[in-house]
Write a protein that binds this ligand. Structure first.
Ligand code: ATP
Ligand code: MG
Length: 409
């Protein structure tokens, strides 16, 4: 029979990689908890118009990267390519705004984009992200950025933080006009995609990776020169707060981000250690999006981190609990063994019951394969073997054995 293979761009994450996945996610989740973010578990499939109206018709995501299909009820749906749109939809649909105060939410899970698979870029990948709804204060921008900075420090990752301001709607509009005029002068030298972007999504030209485009946009007008007074004030304030929080940053006036919905603050955490796919976390403010999707005017901001890219950068995993494998020397001691294993688990020790029967020698070999730190041979007595030192001790009650184990672990 021919074997069935996974679909291109999709991955099985197991073994050490799965541990890394969990470590990255758990590190974020712990920090989120201390910042008082609450989890939201969002659907993987949404009405396609949600992404068209939020991410933007002219973006790469909507133009060519979405997994779209018609379901049996004739609905045009998409596998979610990102989380913010769904979060905003839920915020509006569940009328969270009516609860008053403000909302801090986080989500985690798979995202789908039909891109060319390569290291750090997959068709199913995973993000963890957070959003704040109902806050216009720059304090929120600073705390959000500083929170991500905290997590990356905890993960011991080398990165730099780039920040920029895209200004409010008005500043962006006048900047876009100047940028388009500038780009038109070099239209023929730009790559094919960027030639189309001049009309469709001019800001994205600044983000193009093609060297000639990069060269041309070096001299392009800078968005920070077009900021309204209010936006300038916000940007200055942000920098002041970040400094106060000891967050190192670089100002990058060319940083625009690929999605349509950003206003004012944008930021990216970038590493140089994984080649071209260097952005590990990114986000910004999107003060118009909630209203644009039919909710009340609500300032908001958020970020998303790419879990697989962070996994590529994680070097040391935290130490795991030692494993105690309980081996009945003959099936006569099976019941005693499963009871002992359970007792160990109930006092938070990690225990494996030897599930594969065989000779003592072969069971010991299996225990070694399972990476056991200790083995207990169960008979009328308990023989404890330290697998690293080879040292053995004998106990006559489970209580004595457990006390000895507690001392060792
Ligand atoms: P890029 O410029 O690398 O395509 P992006 O701007 O499309 O990234 P966002 O939409 O901001 O990315 O998503 C946030 C993060 O999710 C990215 O910084 C990255 O770490 C991760 N990410 C995005 N697309 C992929 C992918 N196809 N595979 C793996 N991770 C991804
Ligand atoms: Mg992309």
């Amino acid at each position: 029979m021919s074997k069935i293979q996974k679909i291109r761009g999709f991955q099985d994450i197991y073994g050490e990689e799965a541990k890394k996945y969990r470590y990255v996610v758990d590190t974020f989740r712990k920090v989120f908890e201390f910042y008082n973010f609450k989890e939201i578990i969002l659907p993987y499939v949404e009405d396609i118009s949600l992404f068209k109206r939020s991410v933007g018709e002219a973006t790469d995501i909507v133009q060519k990267e979405m997994y779209v299909f018609t379901d049996k009820g004739g609905r045009e749906v998409a596998l979610r390519p990102e989380g913010t749109a769904s979060c905003v939809r839920a915020y509006i649909e569940e009328k969270m705004y009516a609860e008053g105060g403000y909302h801090k939410l986080f989500y985690e899970g798979a995202m789908f984009r039909y891109e060319r698979p390569q290291a750090g870029r997959y068709r199913q990948f995973h993000q963890i992200g957070a959003e704040i709804f109902g806050v216009s204060s720059v304090l929120a921008d600073a705390e959000l950025i500083s929170m991500v900075d905290n997590v990356l420090k905890k993960l011991k990752i080398n990165y730099k933080l780039e920040i920029n301001s895209l200004g409010d709607f008005q500043s962006r509009k006048s900047y876009t006009e100047h940028l388009v005029n500038y780009l038109k002068k070099y239209e023929n030298q730009l790559c094919e995609t960027c030639q189309k972007r001049i009309e469709l999504n001019p800001l994205r030209v600044l983000d193009c990776k093609v060297p000639t485009c990069k060269e041309i946009t070096k001299e392009a007008p800078k968005i920070t020169e077009f900021l309204s007074e209010e936006s300038q004030k916000r940007f200055l304030q942000l920098k002041e707060y970040l400094k106060a929080l000891n967050v190192d940053f670089i100002e990058n006036p060319r940083l625009v981000r690929g999605l349509d919905y950003y206003t004012d603050t944008v930021f990216e955490f970038i590493t140089e250690e994984i080649g071209a796919q260097g952005t590990v976390a990114a986000g910004g403010r999107y003060d118009n999006l909630v209203e644009q999707l039919g909710g009340p005017p609500t300032p908001a901001l958020g970020f998303a981190a790419g879990i697989e890219r962070l996994m590529l950068l994680v070097k040391d995993l935290p130490k795991e609990k030692p494993l105690i494998t309980v081996i009945p020397i003959t099936p006569d001691y099976n019941i005693q063994s499963i009871q002992l294993s359970n007792k160990l688990r109930n006092i938070n020790l990690k225990s494996e019951t030897m599930l594969k029967e065989g000779s003592l020698k072969s069971m010991l070999k299996t225990a070694d394969k399972l990476k056991s730190d200790f083995v207990v041979f169960v008979s009328d007595k308990y023989e404890l073997k330290d697998m690293a030192s080879g040292q053995q001790e004998i106990f006559y009650t489970q209580e004595d054995l457990i006390e000895a184990l507690k001392d060792k672990i």
